[in-house]
Write a protein that binds this ligand. Structure first.
Ligand code: 28F
Length: 637
């Protein structure tokens, strides 16, 4: 039998092929090589420490972003086993870091691996996609270290000292030949680590950003677990049940749920599978929704809150104002949907449904005042829904009767092909006037909005339909709102919000984004909503064509190039200062304008800022404005 005389044995060749596959198609393993994929590397490593916490051994996880965007993650778990494997002659630890899917993540032992979907590809993927990776393990009385470069072992596991402690520390520098950027976003990592701490009761997770002079730091530990999570989500809202309802059941599919109602009208249900945020929902969410609708209706019937003649409360009535966190752990999760964040396991529906049916019914029997307060809100929600339905019928009839119910203020475009058409929702009549004159009327429609908009946070659907400020927007977009919204009916492929860069503009922008997020969410998900970016400055000089600057940096760059003498710098305070020609060439001409496409994250942030600015709690509002006071001239979302 031919003897392998070169230094790679059969396993090493398989290892190299595995890691090469990862480097060739990283998107297959971490979703993308954008900053989101970069953040996945951190989640991968932290997930391993969280697994160790779920197994009951790790109490602390410290994450650091070091200068140069080097990531360090350290836990005080048992430490990855260092024993040399008799067959492969290399340590378990080195195997975990060099062999694809070697970390027992797939069909692993009894513990629930937090990973699944894009997560859980294992530490070897992080190794393959990093310029270097260094692993330091403390266990069995020693300190052991190994290091790699782009997945290849540079230093095999060797003992470098003694120690009585146990734990694992991983440092890595992502590969800048693979990732678009190595610049981690502190807030994004902080948010995800906070979420992990809420989901893993009692686990302490800290994050430090050491890249700047003044470091940033956060320290999360929640003995209350999901109860703390629900309270955190509602911290700017007035709540109905002070203590969140808590449901927990161990078993084949552990279920953990916290429910806290607020006086607002929005529905916020966050669902997780193995700590992964399943934003597309799935069977666990289905089971939860069915159960709460059944239990609240049964209770309302049996306590005569609903009379014989009353029809059942609908799901949306029960969910108005609800904040809930639903977390399940599934051994073999099947993830579906566009972004692999929808749970497909059909058995989970029944498990969650029966768990909630039983636990919630008991809770309501034992807490009649809470039950009564929540049901009062559900009943009034159903009445408002009825009123909204009637109002909607009215709007539909109006629309049907006077097909030209397009709002009077709308200057429509001549083309009827929604693909190419766009509508500018412009703040203020003067800018509206300039926009009407400056636009290309073939494909650009203008809808001027004026004055204070409706506070959609406080208003219910019936108020939304009848509001004279928002109704023009609803009619112009032409696709209805809320559950009726039908994206195929939109009359414009782009809905562009054009408002000043000042406080009023930010207010209008936040309100419209919140409105679209609440009542026309598919418009955002589908990428139809944009923000127009008017210029901030105009540089003019005798004999020179005007130069427009859209950011302070751009202003400095131009001034550096052309010098300052003889230059007149005009700072635009508002759109109204531009004549139609200037508005066209700077902000509306598709060849020259800058449009920002609104992503869901922006809208969620707007929704959160909106709750602070327009919600009932004074303290958070004051705090928010104080924090943003220095930008208040540019209070933007
Ligand atoms: C900063 C990153 O990766 N922590 C980890 C452990 C602990 C064990 C383990 C990990 C056994 C062989 C599959 C220890 N003792 N932090 C981490 N801590 N992996 S990763 O075992 C790996 C499995 O390969 C561990 C006893 N059992 C498990």
């Amino acid at each position: 039998m031919e003897k392998f005389d070169h230094k790679y044995g059969a396993e090493q060749i398989q290892v190299l092929e595995g890691l090469e596959a990862v480097r060739k198609r990283p998107g297959m393993y971490i979703g993308s090589v954008s900053v989101r994929g970069l953040h996945h590397l951190v989640y991968e490593i932290v997930d391993n420490s969280v697994d160790e916490a779920l197994a009951g051994y790790c109490k602390n996880i410290h994450v650091k972003i070091e200068p140069g965007n080097i990531i360090s993650v350290e836990d005080d778990g048992r430490g990855i086993p260092v024993a040399i494997h008799p067959k492969t002659k290399i340590s378990a630890a080195e195997t975990v870091y060099t062999v694809l899917h070697a970390g027992g993540k797939f069909g692993g032992d009894s513990g629930y691996k937090v990973s699944g979907g894009l997560h859980g590809v294992g530490s070897s993927v992080v190794n393959a996609l990093s310029q270097w990776t260094e692993v330091t393990i403390q266990r069995d009385g020693g300190i052991f270290q190994m290091s790699f470069e782009r997945g290849k072992t540079v230093k095999s596991l060797t003992k470098i000292g003694d120690s009585k402690k146990t734990g694992t520390k991983v440092r890595f520098l992502a590969d800048d030949t693979i990732f678009e950027t190595l610049q981690y976003e502190y807030e994004v990592l902080e948010n995800r680590l906070r979420e992990m701490a809420f989901l893993t009761k009692g686990l302490r997770i800290t994050i430090e950003d050491l890249r700047e002079e003044t470091p940033k730091k956060a320290d999360f530990c929640y003995e209350g677990g999901l109860i703390s999570f629900a309270e955190y989500l509602n911290k700017n809202k007035e709540v109905i049940n002070k203590t969140p309802i808590y449901i927990e059941k161990q078993g084949e599919v552990p279920v953990e749920i916290a429910i806290q109602y607020t006086t607002s009208y929005s529905e916020n249900i966050y669902t997780f599978v193995n700590n992964i945020n399943t934003i597309e929902g799935g069977t666990h969410l289905e089971g939860f929704k069915r159960a709460i609708t059944k239990v609240f209706n049964d209770y309302a019937r049996s306590h005569n809150i609903l009379k014989e003649k009353d029809s059942n409360l609908q799901g949306e009535d029960i969910r108005e104002g609800i904040t809930a966190v639903v977390s399940v752990k599934v051994k073999e999760p099947q993830f579906e949907g566009q972004t692999k964040t929808k749970l497909g396991n059909s058995e989970v529906t029944g498990i969650v449904q029966s768990t909630v049916n039983e636990a919630l019914a008991t809770y309501l029997e034992e807490n009649p005042s809470v039950a009564k307060a929540i049901l009062e809100k559900c009943v009034s929600a159903s009445r408002a829904r009825e009123a909204a339905r009637k109002a909607r019928e009215l709007v539909r009839r109006k629309t049907a009767l006077e097909s030209s119910t397009l709002p009077g203020k709308l200057a429509d475009c001549s083309s009827k092909n929604s693909e190419e058409c766009e509508i500018y929702i412009v703040e203020g009549d003067s800018a509206g006037g300039s926009a009407k004159q400056g636009r290309d009327r073939k494909f650009q429609a203008i809808l001027p909005l004026w004055g204070k908009m409706l506070n959609v946070e406080k208003a219910r659907a019936d108020k939304i339909y009848n509001n004279d400020k928002l109704q023009p927007v609803i009619l112009a977009v032409g696709a209805g709102i809320g559950a009726d919204f039908d994206i195929s009916k939109i009359r414009y492929g782009k809905v562009i919000i054009m408002a000043d860069a000042d406080v009023d503009g930010a207010h209008i922008r936040t309100l419209l984004l919140t409105f679209f997020f609440r009542y026309m969410r598919p418009l955002i998900e589908n990428g139809n909503v944009y923000l127009a970016q008017p210029p901030l400055y105009k540089l003019s000089k005798k004999g020179m064509t005007d130069i427009y600057c859209y950011t302070d940096e751009e202003l400095e760059k131009h001034l550096a190039e052309i010098g300052r003498d003889g230059i007149n710098i005009q700072r635009y305070k508002g759109l109204g200062e531009m004549n139609p020609e200037q508005l066209w060439e700077t902000t509306m001409d598709p060849d020259r304008r800058i449009l920002v496409k609104v992503k869901l994250e922006d809208a969620i942030k707007a929704d959160q800022i909106f709750n602070i600015l327009m919600g009932d709690e004074i303290a958070p509002r004051r705090e928010f404005i104080e924090q943003n006071a220095k930008y208040v001239k540019n209070l933007d979302i």
